[in-house]
Ligand binder design. Structure first.
Ligand SMILES: O=C(O)CCC(=O)C(=O)O
Ligand SMILES: [Mn+2]
Length: 221
């Protein structure tokens, strides 16, 4: 059973809008989760955060704090700090405990739209307040680059930017709203991308405002 979704024949259709190919390998699913599905997902994420509190990640070497707060669920979690740099690790940096399991409704989304036969090992949870952003980057710390990255947005709308495989390639920007899903796979797996800005007060999903982004990743081949 998929929470908030409808089952059509053998295909589980959660989105109300058709999928759009933004550029080769980049698939955009507007309104993928309906409001009920979004609320259920927020509740699952709250339970993860209760076990694995949000922390402030820091840039390698400089120790400059990122503007987003992060946590993870899954066997592995992505993190960065001054001493250790970008990496995946099996435990939370503050509690020392293993990350909580990936909620089953997130695993169902991976099964529905990733097109990949192995399950995700990591789900990075980013929390953006109204002034947070994320600079242009590639997701390149995974060994299995054949697997896509599956992203789900909840709460405030953001301006998302995506380009090509080189930092200097031209970019395009579009808005990601609550319930939207995005897949970076195939030719688009190494596309540079980032979040330029959050649009405050564009969603009633999160009572305190802000935006949550969840990215499901396969780390090992
Ligand atoms: O917040 C987003 O939509 C993108 C997040 C992202 O690129 C990342 O966590 O690597
Ligand atoms: Mn990324």
């Amino acid at each position: 059973m998929i929470y908030g979704g409808r089952v059509l024949g053998r295909r589980i259709l959660l989105g109300s809008q058709p999928m759009q190919i933004v550029q080769p390998g980049i698939r955009y699913f507007p309104d993928y989760l309906d409001r009920g599905g979004q609320e259920a997902m927020v509740e699952s994420i709250r339970q993860v955060v209760a076990q694995a509190p949000l922390y402030v990640p820091a840039m390698p070497k400089t120790g400059k704090p990122l503007s987003v707060r992060m946590t993870n669920c899954g066997a592995l979690g992505w993190m960065t700090d001054k001493e250790g740099g970008y990496r995946y690790q099996p435990t939370h940096p503050a509690t020392g405990k293993p990350w909580p399991a990936i909620p089953r409704e997130l695993l169902a989304i991976w099964d529905d739209i990733s097109g990949y036969d192995k399950p995700p090992e990591a789900c990075l949870i980013n929390f953006y307040d109204d002034s947070a952003h994320m600079g242009l980057h590639q997701d390149s710390d995974e060994n299995d680059l054949a697997a896509p990255v599956v992203s789900l947005s909840l709460g405030a709308t953001c301006l998302f930017r995506i380009g090509g495989n080189k930092r200097t390639d031209p970019t395009r920007s579009f808005k990601l709203s609550s319930g939207d899903a995005l897949v970076l796979g195939g030719e688009g797996r190494m596309s540079f991308h980032g979040v330029d800005r959050i649009y405050p007060s564009t969603s009633t999903l999160l009572k305190q405002g802000g935006r949550i982004n969840l990215t499901l990743r396969r780390v090992n081949r």
